[in-house]
Design a binder for this molecule. Structure first.
Ligand code: HDE
Length: 713
């Protein structure tokens, strides 16, 4: 039995009601009639035309013709898993949400991760924001936390979302590029909209190319509210903190993984769960008293700003574990419908104008994607809390509502279903006081577009800063229109002079172009431009350590994939030594050999090969090991692909180790002169030191990459 199959929950039991399994059953039509011949259509004679009366053929083809539904307009490519959430201690002081009050309660969840821009079939490794949506099946109804892996957003107002997405999607005349922001229309829009500058810094950082969906943070992005039993409210920012730490791949690796395995993240999530390496995140909250709403140099309602952890610490209040893969991709991952407006008592919105627009969009989009207002009846969307109301009918209605009445108030139905008092769990919106004129305006408190972008950039390590420079140089290098490049580099100069200078140099510009004034082109026709120009405040936080991917990462190699390059005659002792050392730490030793099937080690044991040099690719492994054994190393040395494995691993800063004869293979690589150089992270030892080398190798892998190698390459 797969490890994930042992798990169960109220929601899994609920889904069981709709599962079907054809094992040991007859093949039937959709009407339940057993089929005798599923190979041939009905014809007038064995060589004659097909007959219209063939209801079996017609049913099969008709169903096939309609198997597809429209993909999501954004976040089309996604991967999901089931699991549960449990709060550590009751949060009743702040919220009456039941699932955050009871530490004994395991609330079932379904989480879907996604890229934003690409189509359903696009590569997982696109440079892009990742969606991180969680559906909590609480006893009080569905709560959806529909977030991203980046805590801010490109725009401040929902009005600009269609423009943003049009700009990033494939250009309408050409239909390309797919799943990429590196093109003219995207940067045209961004360079005219300075409010996107902070987000751009994040989107060009390594956050946009995660090593694994299991190794990225999640954020609610907007400010929400917790409301407690007495009606008191606090502003809230949500965070998901991965227990495996935050890690990314290099851009060169991302490009190559896209070719070698465009399902890399999907496969990684699926396999980790099947192997029992259940991904875990802690839920963090920043809690802000309502009285502090105007205390900061940014506006809590502005989704292009974050609340630095230095100002408001993140409290970790519970843990989510994903422990079961979906049984059916379409039924679950594709049909799941998230909505930031799926709330339970105790959690509410803020007036963030981006969030407010989302509240309309998510139901609307399900109507065209899933085709009916009854999408809540699709098993994956169904609440485990009972549903009773007077909504009726519509396409594909499943519920058979009994009774004479479907209106309220009624006397014929005894007044049922009846409304719940707040003391009975009835939802009642938080009574925020609003005293204002109707207006289409942007609040002046939203105008500082650059300070947090600078704070983010300043909070990065030198390695991360360089990656941002590289990413911007790549993306803008793909832009054909010189004026767009120049305008964008001008904007970068508002963040950091050296950043702008380095990117300008990479683009072959003689100097950093002056920022084009006015900077903001997203201005209403009658507005005074002055009121829309970005301002710079004197931010309370200039640098925030927690914004670096390297911050506070746990030392673990759990679930990492290590390629063991082997061939017939591989030394049994050095193979076993390293294999047991890495497996003890929860990593996987994958045997990569010149051919599939099995190889024979020096003691005559047959060893199963996981990947051949042909089917495997160096990019998908985290580290490389070459055991001792002359025959094995001789065979590998004749394989250009084996040398390529190591050279690529070296280029991508991955730890490399070898024993004894492995030197002969290392000598053929580009890094032959850097063996045992402290900074290079290539370890070679004689067979007696195999044990010592395994602990140093594991230490290197705990840091994810050998970052010091860049200094000697
Ligand atoms: Fe979404 N977004 N969004 N979004 N979004 C959708 O809903 C939309 C925004 C996010 O795994 C759509 O069911 C508008 C911010 C995720 O199924 C759609 C605006 C954040 C997912 C939609 C935003 C998100 C979506 C497309 C600006 C981070 C994938 C399919 C006002 C907090 C959910 C669907 C899944 C999906 C609209 C902005 C996250 C069209 C109008 C900000 C993770 O309704």
């Amino acid at each position: 039995m797969k490890k994930s199959e042992k798990t169960n929950s109220k929601k899994i039991q609920d889904l069981e009601k709709n599962t079907e399994y054809g094992k040991d059953q007859f093949l039937t039509t959709n009407q339940g009639v057993r089929i005798n011949d599923d190979q041939n259509s009905l014809k007038a004679g064995e060589r004659g035309p097909s007959l219209l009366e063939d209801f079996i053929l017609r049913e099969k083809i008709t169903h096939f013709d309609h198997e597809r539904i429209p993909e999501r307009i954004v976040h089309a490519r996604g991967s999901a898993a089931h699991g549960y959430f449990q709060v550590y201690e009751s949060m009743e002081k702040y919220t009456k949400a039941g699932f955050l009050n009871d530490p004994e309660r395991k609330t079932p969840v379904f989480v879907r991760f996604s890229t934003v821009a690409g189509s359903k079939g696009s590569t997982d490794l696109a440079r892009d924001v990742r969606g991180f949506s969680t559906k909590f099946y609480t006893d009080e109804g569905i709560y959806d936390l529909v977030g991203n892996n980046i805590p801010v957003f490109f725009i401040q107002d929902a009005m600009k979302f269609p423009d943003l997405i049009h700009a990033v999607k494939p250009e309408p005349d050409k239909g390309f590029p797919q799943a990429a922001s590196a093109h003219d229309t995207f940067w045209d829009f961004i360079s005219l909209m300075p409010e996107s500058t902070h987000m751009i810094m994040w989107a060009m950082s390594d956050r946009a190319i995660p090593r694994s969906l299991r190794m990225m943070e999640g954020f609610g992005v907007h400010t929400f509210r917790f409301v407690n039993e007495t009606g008191e409210a606090h502003f809230i920012k949500f965070h998901w903190k991965p227990l495996l730490g935050t890690h990314s791949v290099l851009w060169d690796e991302a490009v190559k993984i896209s070719g070698a395995d465009s399902d890399y993240h999907r496969r990684d999530l699926h396999d980790a769960i099947e192997n029992g390496d259940f991904p875990e995140w802690e839920l963090g909250v920043q809690i802000i008293p309502e009285a502090d709403e105007h205390k900061y140099d940014f506006d809590l309602l502005d989704a292009t700003k974050l609340v630095p952890e230095e100002l408001v610490p993140v409290q970790r209040i519970g843990k989510m574990t994903l422990n079961r893969n979906p049984d059916n991709f379409f039924a679950e991952t594709e049909q799941v419908a998230f909505h930031p407006g799926h709330l339970v008592p105790g959690i509410e919105f803020s007036n963030d104008p981006l969030l407010q627009g989302r509240l309309f969009s998510y139901t609307d989009t399900q109507l065209s994607r899933l085709g009916s207002p009854n999408f809540h009846e699709i098993p994956i969307n169904r609440s485990v809390a009972p549903i009773h109301n007077n909504q009726r009918d519509g396409h594909m209605r499943q519920e058979i509502n009994k009774g004479q009445t479907h209106y309220h108030p009624n006397s014929l139905g005894g007044g049922c279903p009846f409304q719940a008092k707040m003391s009975e769990g009835g939802f009642s919106s938080y009574g925020e006081k609003i005293d204002a004129h109707k207006t289409r305006e942007r609040s002046p408190s939203f105008k500082d577009h650059f300070s947090q972008a600078t704070m983010f950039y300043n909070s990065q390590t030198d390695i991360e800063k360089q990656h941002i420079i590289d990413a911007l140089s790549f993306e803008l290098g793909k832009v054909n229109t010189v004026e767009i490049r120049e305008r964008m580099v001008g904007i970068l100069s508002e963040i950091d002079a050296k950043l702008a200078k380095d990117v300008a140099e990479n683009l072959g510009m003689k100097s950093v172009p002056k920022t084009e004034k006015p900077i903001n082109k997203g201005v209403p026709a009658d507005a005074d431009q002055k009121n829309y120009e970005p301002t710079k405040s004197n931010p309370q936080t200039k640098k925030s350590e927690a914004l670096s991917l390297f911050f506070d990462n746990p030392k673990t190699i759990k679930s990492r994939q290590i390629a063991f390059l082997c061939a017939d005659g591989v030394d049994a002792a050095s193979l076993k030594e390293m294999k047991s050392a890495v497996e003890k730490e929860g990593a996987y030793a994958k045997i990569v050999a010149p051919h599939h099937g099995e190889i024979k080690d020096s003691e005559g044991n047959m060893i199963k090969v996981d990947d051949s040099l042909l089917t495997g690719a160096p990019f998908v492994f985290d580290a490389f090991y070459v055991p001792d054994g002359k025959k094995s190393v001789d065979a590998l040395s004749k394989e250009p692909d084996a040398i390529e494995f190591l050279d690529q691993g070296f280029k991508h800063l991955k730890p490399i180790a070898g024993i004894g004869e492995a030197k002969a293979l290392f000598d053929k690589t580009d890094f032959s002169k850097m063996i045992n150089d402290d900074k290079a992270g290539v370890l070679l030892a004689d067979s007696k030191s195999a044990k010592k080398i395994s602990s140093s190798f594991i230490k290197l892998l705990e840091d994810h990459r050998v970052w010091s190698r860049t200094e000697v390459m």
